[in-house]
Design a protein around this ligand. Structure first.
Ligand SMILES: Nc1ncnc2c1ncn2[C@@H]1O[C@H](COP(=O)(O)OP(=O)(O)OP(=O)(O)O)[C@@H](O)[C@H]1O
Length: 264
């Protein structure tokens, strides 16, 4: 549905060229919950910006439903983004003077659609905030604010929600309620891609990938890091049996393949 093929991103700063992404191949399927992990500076935000049609790659293509969006004009890209992508951020970015329901309506304000209020209400009910419609952000907890942000991300009926450290400002328990919400979103066929440092996220995802110095590897960071230390990490594209044992240390009830059920 949303795909990066051979994506390279270089930044020019002064006379220097920095290659932030070094040939990324990544396909996101409808309804999939994917985490993107990796050390600071490894290229996570850069990748999220490219997948979110906020930026264009230096080389390679990003395709949306098979259409190469890298050749789009700014206007076409903005339209495609609005139709297909919702964003959730660590700091929520709610407007403090607007109520919860008004915040959810924000992405649709220019459309002047009379149905928007009803849809915003419905979305807030779905994220468990039916009794907080008229509360302003300062009257909501962190987890409630993030659920308002999720409802806002869904108001344009996106195909994919891109989340940047969605649990970064939340305590463990609250983070879990937000992650459960994302699972429900995925259950409706919307893909969720979360950039995160939070290992708890990987208990909820279908798949985890890790960026290291602009290269993408299958598996959560802790596993990729361990393989790097052991010298057993396969380069991208070299699908190996080792890479397939990625579900070995998952908790119960997870969805990352049912192959290694007997592993400790
Ligand atoms: N606009 C820019 N101009 C120049 N260099 C940039 C720009 N944006 C990012 N970079 C560089 O590209 C590399 C990847 O940055 P990016 O922000 O994607 O990393 P990240 O994994 O999201 O890091 P963090 O976890 O700290 O947010 C870094 O070396 C960063 O300094």
């Amino acid at each position: 549905m949303l795909e990066a093929d051979g994506v390279v991103k270089r930044y020019q700063t002064g006379g220097e060229t920095l290659t932030a992404l070094k040939g990324i191949d990544l396909a996101i399927e409808p309804g999939e919950f994917l985490s993107v992990m990796g050390p600071s500076g490894s290229g996570k935000s850069t990748l999220l910006n490219l997948l979110g049609l906020l930026d264009t790659p230096t080389e390679g293509v990003v395709t949306l439903d098979g259409t190469d969006v890298t050749t789009f004009s700014d206007r076409e890209r903005t339209d495609a983004r609005k139709r297909t992508i919702g964003f959730v951020f660590q700091n929520f970015y709610l407007i403090s003077t607007l109520t919860a329901v008004e915040n959810v309506e924000v992405p649709r304000l220019l459309d002047r659609d009379p149905e928007t209020r009803a849809r915003a209400r419905d979305l807030l009910q779905r994220v468990g905030l039916g009794d907080r419609l008229d509360h302003r952000p300062d009257q909501l907890s962190g987890g409630q604010k993030q659920r308002v942000a999720i409802a806002r991300a869904l108001v344009n009926e996106p195909r994919v929600v891109l989340a940047d450290e969605p649990t970064g400002n939340l305590d463990r328990a609250t983070g879990r309620t937000v992650l459960e919400q994302f699972r429900e979103v995925c259950g409706e066929g919307v893909a969720v891609v979360a950039v995160t440092h939070d290992n708890v996220v990987t208990e909820y995802t279908d798949r985890d990938v890790t960026l290291v110095d602009g290269e993408l590897f299958e598996g959560p960071f802790r596993e990729v890091d361990r393989k790097m230390r052991e010298g057993t990490l396969e380069r991208p594209g070299g699908a190996s049996p080792a890479a397939e044992s990625a579900s070995a240390d998952l908790g119960p009830g997870q969805r990352k393949g049912d192959t290694d059920g007997s592993d400790p």
